[in-house]
Design a protein around this ligand. Structure first.
Ligand SMILES: [Cu+2]
Length: 128
């Protein structure tokens, strides 16, 4: 019985670890991205499957506003599922980082859900 419990815990942690794309591994590549109401620069990013990528996102303008008492402000950086990576609330002039292991090949979209319905804040990631 105890053995089964241990096995179950092991299996659950294994599944959790293998599903997550955020990583503590050293980055293979650094990608600097600027975001403003003009969109992301660059907005097409080509990467290789298995690479660990450090994304550094800098907000150039105020985005949806700089009121930090609000839940959401500035810009953000969201890679849609299956990555489902979200960097929230990047203030003007601020740079936020996220490290992602590119485990899913193909075409993926990143966007700023705060303002992408008004501004062209969308981009493409190609993982081959
Ligand atoms: Cu935005």
């Amino acid at each position: 019985m105890n053995f089964l419990k241990i096995l179950l815990v092991f299996l659950i942690s294994f599944i959790f670890i293998s599903c997550t794309t955020k990583t503590e591994e050293k980055p293979d590549v650094v990608v600097d991205i600027k975001v403003s109401k003009e969109g992301y620069q660059p907005n097409v990013i080509k990467l290789k499957k298995g690479q660990v990528v450090l994304f550094r996102i800098t907000a150039v303008d105020e985005g949806i506003g700089q009121d930090t008492s609000q839940k959401y402000y500035g810009h953000c950086f969201y890679i849609l599922p299956p990555y489902d990576i979200m960097v929230e609330n990047i203030k003007q002039g601020e740079t936020k980082e996220v490290k992602v292991k590119m485990t899913f090949p193909g075409h993926h979209i990143f966007t700023c859900p705060y303002c992408s319905d008004v501004f062209p804040t969308k981009g493409d990631i190609y993982v081959e």
